[in-house]
Design a binder for this molecule. Structure first.
Ligand code: FRU
Length: 488
């Protein structure tokens, strides 16, 4: 146990950041309004919490290159989730249980206990036969400088759970007890395992909260469990889930047995770049989710490690979204209202008729927000096509097929890097309107539609300055009640 070693490694990492900051910030692929690290690689959001008047975001971080390695925890604070101040790194690998051969301080979460800010994270080391993972504690008086608990690790893998598939503790408090849910794998099936404690140091196994029977992969990364309305939600990112990157289940939870009984399942985001979301409570009671805007299986590794890697960085967070329970107990994921402060130069149109095969030009550029409401009853079109981010032969096509009840996000021609067509069923039964809400930033498109239930987040690496956006009515006319757009 060496307190000094962690301090030394944090100082070394800070010097690395200092040396690279200026150059990396000039990169042409840097986002305008999404959360990024100053330099280097980030993946999962960790330890999201509103603590002593500020939003704290921690993140899986490698300060030494634009690719995953040797995990630290980065740290930033904000008053509005839009403007960020970077703080010194919170955790660096320094102990036997979180160090040695490509391990580090893996994902975890935060909670206030005893007036201190507590982190629970996965210490990962290599024991010679592969990764060994166990759950560890660190705490801080000032919310900036952290110390690892001497008794770490506090939760180790049980019999039958491979030690390299036991991670990502998410903590919450209910009455006087702390609970943690951890991702695990047993007999090839994913599990969410539940533990409890009264002091954050001594943990007792409660039950397998929920498990996959094969339909949701062999391991659940970054499980999260929280109440919304009178229901509970379990969400996770399945390994072996192919196109599924982030799943949610809604049901009832029995604290006496620690069992979750779910009846509803859905996808938080149907795109390729939304992974490992973590939730936290805002002071006004909103349940907010932040995801990593990449997914391991869909990154542009195949071409020189991807475009931003070449600028010395990689990774950002999707825009924060509020999880809201719909009447039928499914979830909607609505961009947080704080984003409205970014709006500039509003354009507005109402009652627009687009004739069959006609093109309607939308706000041009690549950093913008556009929202529209289509009257389905007064429209005869079979399909709505959005051609976005078009320039110099590139385009990203979003298609709403109203007859087939499906939506598609095609990025095969977006930029020469990205590929794949993301798709989802589009349930418009009994609906009179389709709403589409687009957030576009330098290298990303987040499309929310159908009352925030059909959401696509996909990265596209077109940064040309002459980009155009348009929509077309196919197989009939389209009646649009309103289009509003802003520069961001
Ligand atoms: C998810 C994940 C976690 C792990 C972390 C390592 O993206 O694989 O399961 O804790 O990233 O950086």
């Amino acid at each position: 146990m060496s307190k000094e070693l962690m301090i030394e490694r944090i100082e070394k990492a800070q010097k690395e950041i200092e040396a690279k900051r200026e150059k990396i910030q000039q990169g042409k692929f840097r986002q305008n309004y999404h959360f990024m690290a100053e330099t280097g690689w980030i993946n999962d959001p960790n330890g999201l919490i509103y603590f002593k008047g500020k939003y704290h975001f921690f993140y899986q971080y490698n300060p030494y290159s634009g690719f995953w390695d040797c995990m630290h925890w980065g740290h930033a604070v904000s008053e509005d989730m839009i403007h960020w101040e970077y703080l010194p790194l919170a955790l660096a690998p320094s102990e036997v249980y979180d160090d040695h051969l490509k391990g580090g301080c893996f994902s975890g979460s935060a909670i206030e206990h005893d007036g201190k800010l507590f982190l629970i994270y996965t210490g990962t080391c290599n024991n010679g036969n592969g990764f060994e993972q166990a759950q560890c504690i660190a705490y801080s008086e000032d919310g900036i400088h952290f110390e690892k608990y001497e008794g770490n690790p506090v939760i180790t893998a049980p019999e039958g759970v491979p030690t390299d598939l036991f991670r990502d503790p998410k903590v919450w408090k209910h009455d006087d007890t702390y609970y943690v849910v951890c991702g695990a794998s047993k007999n090839g099936f994913a599990q969410a395992r539940l533990y409890k404690s009264t002091d954050m140091f001594h943990w007792e196994f409660v039950n397998v909260l929920a498990e996959s029977r094969g339909e949701w992969g062999y391991m659940w990364e970054c499980p999260d469990f929280y109440p919304v309305g009178d229901k509970y939600v379990l969400m996770f990112s399945p390994m072996g889930g192919k196109e599924r990157t982030s799943v949610y289940l809604v049901g009832d939870f029995d604290y006496d047995t620690g069992k979750f009984f779910y009846t509803i399942s859905g996808e938080i985001d149907w795109g390729f770049d939304y992974y490992a979301p973590q939730s936290f409570l805002a002071p006004d009671g909103r349940r907010i989710l932040v995801g990593w805007a990449n997914a391991w299986d869909w990154m542009p590794f195949w071409k020189d490690w991807g475009p931003t890697y070449q600028e010395g960085w990689c990774g950002f967070f999707n825009i924060p979204r509020e999880a809201v329970l719909a009447e039928d107990n499914t979830l909607k994921f609505i961009p947080v209202k704080e984003l409205q402060d970014l709006r500039k130069n509003k354009q507005e149109e109402a009652d627009i008729l687009i004739k069959e095969d006609e093109k309607k030009e939308l706000r041009s550029g690549c950093v913008y927000e556009t929202e529209m409401r289509i009257n389905l009853k007064k429209s005869t079109a079979d399909k709505i096509r959005l051609n976005l981010r078009m320039s110099q032969g590139k385009k990203t096509e979003i298609l709403f097929d109203l007859r087939k009840a499906e939506a598609y996000f095609d990025r095969n021609n977006s930029d020469g890097w990205s590929k794949g067509v993301a798709r989802c069923p589009l349930n418009l039964m009994g609906k009179e309107h389709l709403d589409i809400h687009i957030y576009s930033d330098k290298i990303s498109l987040e499309i929310f539609s159908n009352d925030y239930q059909n959401n696509f987040s996909c990265n596209i690496y077109n940064v040309d300055d002459d980009q155009k956006n348009e929509m077309t009515a196919i197989g009939g006319d389209l009646m649009i009640e309103s289009i509003r757009s802003w520069e961001l």
